[in-house]
Write a protein that binds this ligand. Sequence first.
Ligand SMILES: Nc1ncnc2c1ncn2[C@@H]1O[C@H](COP(=O)(O)OP(=O)(O)O)[C@@H](O)[C@H]1O
Ligand SMILES: [Mg+2]
Length: 321
Amino acid sequence: MDPFVFFGGKGGVGKTTVASAYALQCSRAGVRTLVVSTDPAHSTSDVFEQEFGDEPTPVEGYDGLSAMEIDPEAEVDAHLRETKRALDDHVSASMINAIDQQIELAHRTPGAYEAALFDRFIDVMEDADDYDRVVFDTAPTGGTLRLLSLPDTLDGWIERLIEKRTRSIDLFEKAAIGDREARRKAETDPIIARLQERKERFEFAERTLRDTAAFYLVLTPDELSIRETRRTVEDLAGYDLPVAGLVVNRLTPQPDDDERGQGGQFLRQRCATERDRLETIRTLDPSVVATLRTRPGEIKGDLLDEMAEELAIESVPEASR
Ligand SMILES: Nc1ncnc2c1ncn2[C@@H]1O[C@H](COP(=O)(O)OP(=O)(O)O)[C@@H](O)[C@H]1O
Ligand SMILES: [Mg+2]
């Protein structure tokens, strides 16, 4: 089993709930686990009835379980500040205003949100030494995955920038220090160094996702959710990242045969619909690793424990067996 586990899926299908239940299951099996939530609306704070912030914090009452919550809006702001600061050091005062405006604009696109979030994911993955398993309640899709091709793009840029810098180094100096030295000087240019650093960071992310991550998709027995799941499976496959399994959430409990009232009839019809949908889901390539019933209330406390027990996802890492 892999140290990084992602639960993807459409909004509201139960990613945070399932990720929390899975994290709980891991910690109960003696695996030091961190659950990372990214959803400001309903998140691990609600599930565990404890406030979590930007840094990992032990979950009270649960041994070996920590949680953190990343606020994507705050990440975009931090990213914006950091980008400006990094540029301000290298650009003349007269250009700063114009550049600042461009950067502000760039950070107001939806892609910026995903990029900032993914950047924070990389931080967490780099810093995960204290845990045997890190569980994310969202999986990178479409726009975020495209960031994985960033190293190739940056490679081209860096190469061209180095060439330009080498050429633009004063001819006299070049004559004095030679071609090779001019190239070395260009390579130590702070902007190029920063691009290089970004490149290595995303290379690390790609390697980590490919070699030490597992992706699960959570879905409900609804057509929209099934369609979205198909798309995400394809998105991930496009980047050579296979989906390890599907978790079908919110299945309706079957009523007793003698329940003849309106409620009983409704439940029987609903169960029949869900059986069809489940059949469709079972034809998809990643196999179904768990099916979870709809519970009568919010999933926390004992209900979370129940759910963790129903999640038949392997939770003990290979190494410790
Ligand atoms: N099996 C279930 N039974 C009952 N309620 C559920 C179940 N799974 C999720 N929920 C509820 O549905 C809502 C959305 O779940 P959540 O895990 O926050 O979804 P997501 O993270 O995918 O947006 C929450 O209020 C959660 O308690
Ligand atoms: Mg969520």
